[in-house]
Write a protein that binds this ligand. Structure first.
Ligand code: PAF
Length: 283
């Protein structure tokens, strides 16, 4: 059965208050809609871990750097609700902009440090938009747990830090990236790739995996990084914005995985910006 769609905060609070009074735990999956298998895996994880599950759908204007990107962002609410039906979520919260940013809204949540690099460098203002809306969604849903994909690894680190710093009583759960059979990380943006672009984009993951394997054998990123970027360009990627080895928690740059680490990349294929990351175990 399709879950009820709630469009305002009063309706949401009425239902979450009942659940909390009944002692039921609440899981939230924040999304911007255009749901794919990656999002559904988050909803399934929430379903397995909580008594009640809310999926939020809000295309957050504050996190877009480009007005055209915002205007073109797919809005597929009814398809999204149909995709969620088999998972059995309890509510879909689709707030209007006034429910998130009422007239006179003047607060900005900004996490420093973690946001200075990678996505933060190439998408100025993006992470303030993310942390502000996610703080609102955490507080509005009063959820006990929130589920995010590791695909947006820097975002996952950021919302974890934000909840901790602001004493929001919520556990942030990071879930594995869901991939196409080709290894390409699932993303709503993949829909904008041609068939040829999809084939070429699938090279990203094996190139990253090769670097991770060489690091595990004692290689250094100083030696491995540039050839890997050249391979991405050969595969058809344009503008490799970053290809970094970083500490898995602080996101400080590393040359060797002396601590649990992450390889992270952003690059353009066919005019579509793709990101991916993989774990690199500590030596
Ligand atoms: O990852 C996303 O879809 C968005 O950044 C999020 C977390 C829903 C905030 O708008």
């Amino acid at each position: 059965m399709t879950a009820p769609i709630l469009r305002n905060l009063d309706e949401l609070r009425a239902i979450t208050t009942q659940w909390s009074r009944a002692g039921q735990s609440i899981g939230v999956v924040p999304t911007m809609g255009a749901l794919h298998a990656g999002h559904l895996s988050l909803a399934e994880a929430a379903r397995a871990g909580c008594d009640r599950v809310i999926v939020t759908i809000f295309v957050n204007p504050k996190q877009f750097n480009n007005p055209e990107d915002l205007a073109n962002y797919p809005r597929t609410e009814f398809d999204d609700a149909a995709k969620l039906a088999p998972v059995g979520v309890d509510a879909i919260y689709v707030p209007g902009p006034d429910q998130i940013y009422p007239d006179g809204f003047a607060t900005n949540v900004s996490v420093t440090g973690l946001t200075d690099v990678m996505e933060g460098e190439f998408r100025p203002g993006h992470f303030d938009g993310v942390s502000t809306v996610v703080a609102k969604l955490f507080l509005q849903t009063a959820a006990d747990r929130a589920y995010f994909g590791q695909k947006d690894y820097q975002q996952l680190m950021l919302v974890t830090r934000m909840a901790r710093d602001l004493d929001i009583p919520i556990e942030v759960v990071g879930c594995p990236t869901v991939r196409e059979p080709s290894g390409l990380a699932m993303s709503s943006r993949n829909l904008r790739l041609s068939n040829d672009g999809l084939t070429r984009a699938a090279r990203l993951n094996p190139i990253m995996q090769h670097v991770a394997d060489e690091l595990a054998k004692g290689g250094t990123f100083a030696v491995l990084g540039e050839p890997a970027k050249a391979q991405l360009v050969d595969a058809g990627f344009k503008d490799v914005e970053y290809f970094d080895l970083r500490c898995a928690t602080s996101l400080a740059a590393l040359d060797t995985p002396t601590r649990p680490a992450r390889l992270l990349a952003a690059a353009w294929m066919d005019g579509v910006r793709l990101i991916d990351n993989i774990a690199v175990p500590a030596l």
